[in-house]
Write a protein that binds this ligand. Structure first.
Ligand code: HEC
Length: 191
């Protein structure tokens, strides 16, 4: 009798568990969707939608100068990337230099020597830097520090100002250094 009761209890418990497991399936609405979560608001989507296209699509309003960027770099970037970005610090990527080194046996890939689009500097710094507090810079600050980095790479003069239009118009030294088809045979065909 005792054993029988215990068995019944276990069967009841198992049935209850099964009911719990299948319960969400029963909460599907007419379209087959579960009644959980909520739709993302436009504001929430905008918070994630920060990518900048190579042609500058997505760049926000705002502007910044090389002079402003020099100060921002000193406070927000130099403790990792070095007081002088042309002198790389061990363990951190160099942010300047390397021009003309890509076709040597010691290529130095930096923003200036390697990156094909200046707009990517905005995207990357805005998204990922400073390393310990990413996405903390305002658009004006990102424009300014981008202008500074382009200046120390000899791409912009020291009195330059960047905004969405002028940043998208910057032509990088290695703009033509990337190929979508790297097979030599096909390249010969294309020539
Ligand atoms: C706490 C240290 C730290 C600080 C501060 C910092 N960075 Fe960085 N930065 C890094 C590290 C580490 C990487 C490499 C990250 C990786 O490869 O994933 C990097 C990479 C970069 C790159 C990409 C370089 C390349 O050629 O791949 C850029 C550009 C850059 N940082 C700019 C900045 C700017 C501008 C600031 C200031 C606003 C800044 N960083 C502040 C640590 C830092």
């Amino acid at each position: 009798m005792q054993t029988h009761n215990m068995t019944m209890t276990m069967v009841a418990a198992t049935t209850a568990l099964l009911a719990l497991t299948v319960a969400p399936a029963m909460a599907q609405d007419a379209d087959g969707r579960f009644d959980i979560g909520s739709s993302a608001t436009q504001e929430q989507i905008a918070g994630w939608d920060i990518d900048i296209h190579p042609d500058g699509t997505g760049l926000p309003e705002g502007s910044g100068t090389v002079a402003e960027g020099t100060e921002i770099y000193a406070y927000q970037c130099a403790h990792c990337h070095g007081e002088d970005p042309t002198e790389p610090v061990k363990g951190y990527p160099a942010l300047a230099g390397g021009q003309g080194s890509l076709d040597t046996d010691k290529p130095v890939r930096t923003i200036g020597s390697y990156w094909p689009h200046a707009t990517t500097i905005y995207d990357y710094v805005n998204r990922a830097m400073p390393f310990e507090s990413p996405q903390s810079l305002a658009p004006d600050e990102v424009y300014a520090v981008t202008a500074y980095l382009l200046h120390v790479n000899d791409i912009l003069p020291d009195d330059a100002t960047l905004d969405a239009g002028s940043l998208a118009a910057v032509r990088m030294p290695n703009a033509d250094g990337f190929h979508s088809d790297i097979w030599p045979a096909n390249q010969a065909d294309a020539d």
